[in-house]
Design a protein around this ligand. Sequence first.
Ligand code: ATP
Length: 805
Amino acid sequence: MSLTDQAKAAEKQRVQKVTEQIAVKIAELEEQVGLVQSDVVEIRKHYWDEVTMDMSTAEDAVESIASMRQQSEVLSERERTHRQAAKTLSKLRRLVQSPYFGRIDFIERGEREEEAVYLGISSFLDEEVGQYLIYDWRAPISSLYYDFAPGEVQFTTPNGTVEGEMVLKRQFVIRDRHITLMFDTGVTIGDELLKQVLSRSSDVHMKTIVATIQKEQNRIIRNDSAHMLIVQGAAGSGKTSAALQRVAYLLYKHRDKLSSDQMVLFSPNPLFNHYVSTVLPELGEENMQQTTYQAYLEHRLGEMFEVEDSFTQLEFVLTRGSLDDASERTPEMIEAYEARLSGIYYKSSTSFLAVIEAYKKQLEQMGMLFNPIKFRDKEVLSAARLVERFYSYDTATRLPNRLELMKEWIVEQLELFAKLEIEEAWVDEEIELLSSDEYHRAHIKLRKMEEVIDSSFDDYEQERHMLARTVMKEHVKPVRSAVKQLKFVDMIGLYGQLFRKSEGAGAGDRELIAEKPRYWTDICGRTLEELAQARLPYEDATPFLYLLEAVCGFQTNGAVRHVIIDEAQDYSPFQLAYLKRLFPRCRMTALGDLNQAIYSHASAYSEIDPIAALYGPEQTEVIRLFRSYRSTREIVEFTRGIVPGGDAIEPFTRAGSKPRVIQTSDRGSLHSLQAAEITRLLEEGYASIAIITKTASEAELAHQALTPLLRVPLGRVTKHSPTFESGVLVIPSYLAKGVEFDAVLIYDGSHHQYGHENERKLFYTACTRAMHELYIFALGDPCHFITGQPQDTYVLTDSAEDVIS
Ligand SMILES: Nc1ncnc2c1ncn2[C@@H]1O[C@H](COP(=O)(O)OP(=O)(O)OP(=O)(O)O)[C@@H](O)[C@H]1O
């Protein structure tokens, strides 16, 4: 629908008028912020001049404290005003460049006059006439823009539903205060604008999507009823985008009671955290807390163990292919591999969680293990004595409560022990070694005591006693602190007991595990071996933590009100149950794609959906997204054939070239073909190009080989990289999760590399990172995930040189 010249001129004029008004407001605020800032500086400088301090009498002291409090209040009020004004200022500075992106003309039922509603990233009020020149995209009326085409419409407000007619819907692109594109549309959100947005180059940071939110995405963003909202969506369907705009929406809607630090995002890796970190600030909101599950495990268990990370576990699982090389493999190697895999499945399942629950019950009656309490090289309390004491408490008392009682008792015993120990010769030896400062302090203390107590003391005895206590205190401190932290509970032994044959009747042990997984004996052997080395494999970390908390008391986080789990398909059922327990008071949003479940434990998904089971059907809502926006139509038509059920994925109508499969038989030509393609892509203006490898070692190899062949720097992403730059880079498949690139080159998509069924989803994940161009190189036959699909028509093989030319 084209606009009349008159309408265009009117819109241009309006933009000018609105931006001028915003600029005036900015100038006013700048002045105000400057004034408040100098106020704050002045108050800080003369803080004590305004405070009258007099402690001569109790009354004077009370007055002095009141005067200090008053001064602090003045200061914090000015600081608050300053923060608020600075925040508004930064919003307005963004708004002035691009004040709005949409307009809807709405006539409420029963009214005659239509209202023109302009939508932007925040609202702007004409204070003189009391009229909104811009509405925040999150305001109730703004939902009309995302949910309806012109015609009969309705929206919900806190006071009920408002019905009426939308008589006009207009979209704008405004850059640097000028309209660069505007058109009227008869559909919900015009595809044209979306196409334009999606054709842009990828960025090292994710972009906001407020101007083009799709109707089904809007359901995710504005959903405020579900306790657990599950979004199951195809690769590139906007799950992460919708989740981030949802955070902004919830912060706006509940601004009186919800703040950004009460929301936590669990990301797949630190790189992803960096990638999404600018979205909320761009929307004028502060970032929520961002973390990874791995970081949490490290935080809780890092002091006790060397905790394996999920990537190392995955790398191990991906070594299956190399075992197929007949020359290298032995039956023992295959068995060890299969045994660990079986252990991973089992330890990630809810059956194992049930075993731990049962084990906890059993420990209430018997089977607890303790570390003896030692003081220097002497045993204060033996492990057996601790067990005896533990079971002397009422068995109805919960384990953590009994441990609290134990703690007090142990500290008492420790003090009794220290009283006797103080007479030992080693104490005298250590007194000799005390510094002159410590001697001096002891003297002062002694003098003070003599003033109050009878001075006929034996000075020497007293001094020795005082110094001995100093020595003793230093030695008791770490023991007491370890007791307070419950380190006397033998957690490693307790977890290990689940994998040990029963010794003595009824000990809490592996007999609890009724249905033993395959390779059970190997699993037990390996688990105990790792524990003995103070190493905790990734699959053991969550069960260990769960047991630790079941015994010592659950640490819950009641402050967090909303948890967002991105790439939720990569969490084991056990991990999800743990997170639910960790955040008992919060709502959750879980975003996932079963087709991108790259971890072995995720196979549990195919049976029942563990996320949906977490809160039960009454509290759970599921929204599915089928349309994929990231990649061109050709790429989506190709990649959807890789996964079962992929036909349901709908491509967005953005055209590009077909993905190319380039097959070669030697590594040298593989690299030169790749270098030639990269050069061509750069010449075509693509800003971000990723060479995606299966593993980290393959990434290292590719990086070494390609660096000398390229004229541009070649970056390399590892699991330790906190950020990534634009340009050309090599990245292992699992680290590319959630991010996207203009062009993707699969380094070696051969059958040799991706020959196993459990590599299908990893391969799919890697291919779906491409926005505009996708190349699959193969050293030998391409993997069967693509050759068996109808999309084979896109495959160009054999003469690789032909493709390049
Ligand atoms: N409504 C929209 N308007 C503009 N761009 C969109 C929209 N929805 C999605 N996109 C773009 O599509 C790309 C993919 O989005 P996003 O990363 O949120 O998808 P995802 O479902 O989380 O993907 P994956 O699961 O593959 O990581 C991004 O570039 C995003 O900006």
